[in-house]
Design a binder for this molecule. Structure first.
Ligand SMILES: N[C@@H](CCC[C@H](N)C(=O)O)C(=O)O
Length: 282
């Protein structure tokens, strides 16, 4: 039930990738695509890259269910930075050091890490063409895709689809121009997040991201996960890397044994407010 007086929210971010977070664990909140677009609009609404709804978990092993909508209203299964934010809130509430966050992509285990950071096990990277998904069978280590000087990306899913292009100079890539073209390429039936990754050395990568449904963001946690996996598959880096995004650094590890990706990074709460009725009403 939507509240005519509005609905409280918390503004949170992970490295500047920002979220309007609504707690719907006690009172339901029906976030449709239109409301998400209005809330995310930086001119008319609150403004954010993703709108996040915390709901009661479906799985008895989880502590919270996290629903995710991009700024364009599309509902998606994974968001790395928001997972850290939601996990941090629930750990604070429960006074615990570990929680399990349920998403449409599965159960994600999160825990406190050094320096106030949060580490999330983002699950096993998915590498088959139909898991990305791609439109046709193809080697995900070398996609036959090229645009504006970017070529031969690696495809990885960490619950959402990513194409990672390795480049000599990430700053020189005109992501705002090439990003939308690649996001909507026919090779990606569910569209894709597009990354330009520059390997600095065997443990450091510079990354810029055009997010599906949100455009250029200051950081994308799942893109960092996908990039760490792609770099190891291309034998460019070690399994543990530091990835520098526009908003700061994330620590990534693609574990050898189970293929899970562990992402560690900061969490921040900016302010609280109320979503007014005009943003919520259709
Ligand atoms: N910002 C997120 C990713 C959000 C979803 C993505 N835009 C998609 O459509 O898959 C992150 O930190 O991972």
């Amino acid at each position: 039930m939507q509240n005519a007086r509005g609905r409280p929210f918390i503004k949170m971010h992970g490295l500047g990738n920002d979220f309007v977070v609504v707690d719907a664990r006690r009172e339901p909140f029906d976030l449709d695509a239109g409301a998400a677009r209005r809330i995310a609009d930086r001119r008319e609404g609150v403004g954010c890259d993703q709108v996040i709804v915390m709901e009661p978990p479906r799985d008895p092993c989880a502590n919270v269910f996290m629903r995710i909508r991009n700024a364009d209203g599309s509902e998606v299964a994974a968001c790395g930075n928001a997972t850290r934010c939601v996990a941090a809130r629930v750990m604070t509430e429960r006074e615990t050091r570990e929680v399990t966050v349920e998403t449409l992509a599965g159960l994600l285990h999160a825990k406190h890490a050094a320096e106030g950071k949060v580490a999330v096990d983002m699950g096993a990277a998915r590498l088959d063409w139909n898991e990305i998904p791609l439109a046709r069978e193809m080697d995900t280590l070398h996609l036959g895709l090229e645009a504006d000087g970017l070529r031969d990306p690696v495809a990885v899913s960490v619950g959402n689809p990513h194409a990672v292009f390795f480049v000599d100079d990430a700053e020189a890539v005109e992501l705002e121009r090439v990003g939308p073209e690649l996001e909507y390429d026919a090779l990606f039936p569910e569209r894709a997040n597009i990354s330009a990754a520059q390997v600095l050395d065997s443990t450091h990568i510079r990354l810029r991201v055009w997010e599906r449904g949100a455009g250029i963001t200051r950081a994308c946690g799942t893109a960092a996960c996908a990039t760490a996996v792609a770099a190891v598959r291309r034998e460019l880096t070690e399994r543990k890397v530091t990835i520098a995004l526009d908003g700061g650094e994330l620590g990534l590890e693609w574990r050898a044994g189970d293929g899970h990706v562990i992402m560690t990074g900061p969490v921040a709460e900016s302010f609280t407010g109320t979503l007014n009725g005009s943003l919520l009403a259709a």
